[in-house]
Structures are given as C-alpha cells and as structure tokens.
Design a protein. Structure first.
Length: 332
C-alpha cells in the first residue's frame, strides 16, 4: 500500500507520518515537500524514530510535471494533503503568493488523483474557516469569511473538494479542521520549528523559556474570559496525527468534515502557568494591546469525530507543555 503525504516534513505532516508508520508498518509512505516551511533534518529524525529509511522527494505542488511523474511511478492508495503556506501575518502582506501556492497546488494534486483514479483524499484544513463563529464550533456551521488570506485559501480548497467529490462519486474526501495543535513527539526529536519569530503561542513560549526571545507578548488582557486573556482549543500534535489515521480507517464515500480539538478551551495565561509548573521554569510575559481580528474564545465541538471516527484527544495540556519543552531543549 502506497500512501502519499504532501508537506510531510512539516509540523503536522511529520507527526502523521509516524502515526501512519505505527499503524501500517508495511506500507510505503512517500513524502513530498518543497522545504519552504520545514527543515531537511526532520528526514533524518524520522529515520531515527522509525528505524526505517524515508522515501522523500523535494517536489513543489506547483510543478505539475514532476507531480504527474510521481503519480505514474507510485499507484497511491491514498493521499494526505498537508502542503501549504500557513503564516497568518505573512498571508496578509503577501496574499497573492498564498492563493497561488495553496490553491494552485491543490488543483494540481486533485488533477493527478483523478487522472490516476486515487479515491481516498484527506485534507488538512483549519478552524479559521469558521470566521468569527460562536463556540463550540460545529462542522455544519456555514463557511464564514475568514479574517485573513490564509483562512480564505483553506475555505476555497474545501469548496473545491466538495465540488470534485460531488462530480466524482468514487472520490472520497475527508476534511480535518484543526484547532490549535501544539506539543511534539515524545522522543523530542521532532516538533514545531518556526522559520523566524514564532507566529503560534507554544513555540513562542518555548523560545522565551530557553532565552532565545526576551519576553512573551500576550495580546489582550481584557477579554470577557476567566483571566482576561484569549481562550483557544489546544490539542496535542500526536492526537491530531492519530486523528488522520482514524480518518483513513473510517473513510466512506462522499465528502466529510471533522473537527480535531479537545472540545474545551484554555486561556493564554492558563497555558503559560501550566508550562511553568510542568517544566519548573519561568516564562516572563507582558500583556499588550489586542490584535485586530482575534476572537475572545474559540473551541471545538468534537462529538462528530468521536462518534463517526471513534477518535478523541487523549493527551493533556500538561503533556503538551512537557513534550514541547523537551523538543525545544533537544533542538538547540
């Protein structure tokens, strides 16, 4: 069984690679990645974790010719699509590049799937497609205007996948909408590696704890929440990875959407306090002005994934903080 993982060297893709290997040790897992958001050293670390060579091709999804050659060489059983630019701020300053990369790349991938009759497609989406919807967010909520081009590209790709599935009855699509993946593999060998100053909270915390950054800026301390800071649904990256395996095992004809979250929210200060307690280290922080477009509270309704995929997040906030710090210490 050949399985394609686009963006497989990135944060979610690399952890899903491990979960797929653990579930299907005899499968041929094929990774493609243009390394725009990832590090080649992850390949060696995946080899170390799995004790198996990694079949990797440095292919950009916008290169349709290279992609077609790959599909011709490997008759894939299924495709996991993680590849895409993902920095919200960068998408605002450079929207055209995001639309070209994320949407055109998905076009090319879908063309190859249809040409070579690949019937199983699992797409990496995001809770940003809910816009400013009210929590707990459910999968049957309408796609609202996202607050940034990154979110818009995810919503556009979802609509494209819906239309392709409707026009091709044998083509089975599962959309997985992530909330806030954090943490790292328990080995500490792979984790989240931001290209520059982190855009996400957990790697920002670990960089400050390590001394690479002087202080954590918390955007907004006057929200109507338990401590005035924003609330998000943080989920361990390995729970997200296992959600992808569950999606493959329960893939049925048609088009399906599932939230991947814990179903509960944690405030920024609660996460910082948990990190400090678990790892016995202080994280200096400063509360600054709110960011435009931030929602006070976002968390998932996960009932559909629990009932249809027989999946639920198992790891705790403490696990997330411990594993994230373990990776940061080893990664230096």
């Amino acid at each position: 069984m050949n399985i394609l993982i686009t963006g497989g060297i990135g944060f979610i893709g690399s952890h899903t690679y491990i979960s797929l290997y653990e579930r299907y040790p005899e499968a041929q897992l094929v990774i493609i990645d243009n390394l725009a958001n990832s590090s080649p050293r992850t390949i060696e670390r995946l080899k170390k974790i799995t004790c198996k060579s990694v079949l990797f091709f440095p292919i950009d999804l916008r290169d349709e010719q290279a992609l077609t050659k790959l599909f011709h060489a490997y008759r894939f059983h299924s495709v996991f699509h993680f590849a895409g630019y993902k920095a919200v701020g960068e998408s605002i300053t450079n929207p055209l590049e995001y639309y070209v990369n994320n949407v055109q790349g998905t076009f090319n991938l879908l063309r190859c799937c249809l040409l070579y009759q690949i019937e199983r497609f699992i797409f990496s989406s995001s809770a940003t497609v809910y816009g400013d919807g009210n929590s707990p967010l459910k999968e049957n909520a309408p796609l609202l205007p996202a607050s940034n081009p990154y979110g818009q590209t995810k919503a556009m790709c979802e609509r494209i996948l819906m239309d392709v599935a409707a026009a091709n009855p044998g083509f089975n699509v599962t959309i997985l909408r992530y909330f806030n993946p954090v943490g790292a593999h328990e080995s500490g060998l792979i984790g989240e590696v931001p290209a520059s100053v982190p855009n996400n909270l957990m790697p920002y915390i670990t960089k400050v704890a390590k001394g690479d950054l002087p202080v954590l800026h918390i955007f907004g301390g006057d929200y109507p929440t338990v401590d005035g800071t924003g609330i998000r649904d943080y989920i361990h990256v390995m729970d997200v990875a296992e959600g992808h395996v569950a999606a493959l095992e329960h893939l049925t004809p048609g088009y399906h959407i599932y939230n991947l979250g814990t179903g509960s929210g944690t405030s920024v200060l609660q996460l910082v306090n948990a990190f400090e307690q678990v790892n016995e280290i202080k994280v200096p922080y400063q509360i600054v002005n709110r960011r435009s477009g931030d929602n006070p509270s976002i968390y998932a309704d996960v009932g559909k994934a629990e009932s249809e995929l027989q999946w639920r997040a198992r790891r705790t906030i403490e696990d997330m903080c411990r594993d994230a710090w373990n990776f940061e210490k080893q990664d230096g």
